[in-house]
Design a protein around this ligand. Structure first.
Ligand SMILES: Cc1cc2nc3c(=O)[nH]c(=O)nc-3n(C[C@H](O)[C@H](O)[C@H](O)COP(=O)(O)O)c2cc1C
Length: 303
């Protein structure tokens, strides 16, 4: 029986549970000596899928049986009628569905994905893992034994402890610091991670807002500090929204706080300057699929 040497782990996640689980499984696959990345389905260059031999999909369901946002393009592509039914004959796969049986359409996205992959010629290594948040043991009740069998399919000759990933930390990101001088970094400092061209996040129409007011709505003696925070757009920018829209806020550090922090570094002779750049790369078999430049108003902890 053949052994896998590479596996791609792709997730569709709305509120990060599937992403976190996918990254945990990815760490275990590294311990098993398997190459390959972990990423959101929409971040994976889908034209490469026909060349892959092994894939694991970790797929949540959101809305009313809908796919999470970060797998929508991938899913739309898979649904193309023009795709031949033998497109994925090289691919052996597993699907872990993360769902909640209190919803009518339990694990719909994972079930549909599993079915469609088979229609395109891929071979399932196992039935879909239908993990249920309502179970007393949560998703783990189905996922742990399922993963044990799945690892056994990838590495059939080995006795695999399903918990190996929990004991050893393997970083997903490799970081390096560039102490460039201010001139060479000028462009970098002006780059805006959320609004500039280097935007790698799944934002739909990002808008810059400022806090207009921030009031405590609970009594001071109450243990919970509940706030009513109002925002305003700047430069008469209009914001269109309708009922049901989700509003995602990415807070930023204020310029004063950033300046304070760097002056503390300076006072204590800590060599971190605003114009230094931190390069964060994905760790897998020497391929850098993504490269992020982070700048001074995003503080990063280097492991
Ligand atoms: C707004 C919302 C809608 C959901 N809809 C479904 C659903 O239709 N079917 C289902 O099985 N689970 C549903 N779930 C449960 C999620 O799939 C489950 O909590 C999962 O762990 C979320 O994974 P994620 O954090 O990676 O998005 C829903 C959860 C939320 C918050």
């Amino acid at each position: 029986m053949e052994m896998a040497t590479r596996i791609i782990i792709l997730y569709g996640s709305q509120t990060y549970t599937s992403q976190e689980i996918a990254e945990r499984i990815w760490r275990t696959t590294k311990i098993l000596g398997l190459k390959g990345p972990v990423m959101a389905m929409d971040d994976y260059p889908i034209s490469r899928l026909i060349h892959e031999e092994y894939a694991l999909f970790v797929c949540a369901t959101t809305g009313e049986g809908d796919e999470p946002d970060n797998m929508k393009s991938f899913w739309k592509f898979l649904l193309r009628k023009s795709l031949p039914t033998n497109s994925l004959v090289n691919l052996k796969f597993g699907v872990i569905g993360l769902g909640d049986s209190s919803y009518d359409k339990f694990n719909f996205a994972a079930k549909k994905l599993h079915k469609r992959l088979i229609q395109l010629g891929a071979q399932p290594l196992l039935d879909t893992a239908l993990c249920d948040y309502q179970h007393d043991l949560g998703h783990d009740a189905v996922m742990i034994p399922w993963l044990q069998s799945f690892y056994g399919k990838l590495k059939p000759m080995q006795d695999i402890d399903s918990d190996i990933g929990a004991t050893k930390f393997i970083p997903r990101w490799r970081t390096s610091l560039f102490k460039n001088d201010i001139e060479t970094c000028e462009n970098g400092l002006n780059k805006d991670m959320y609004f500039g061209n280097s935007n790698t996040d799944h934002f739909v129409n990002p808008i810059y807002l400022e806090v207009d007011s921030n009031q405590r709505t609970t009594h001071e003696t109450h243990f919970q500090d509940v706030r009513l925070i109002s925002f305003k757009t700047v430069q008469d920018e209009k914001m269109n929204y309708c009922p049901g829209d989700v509003f995602n806020i990415r807070p930023r550090n204020s310029k004063d706080d950033i300046d304070d922090l760097f002056s503390i570094f300076e006072t204590h002779n800590i060599d971190i300057k605003p114009h230094y750049m931190l390069n964060v790369e994905e760790y897998h078999e020497g391929k850098n699929l993504f490269l992020f430049w982070k700048k001074k108003n995003e503080i990063i902890v280097i492991e």
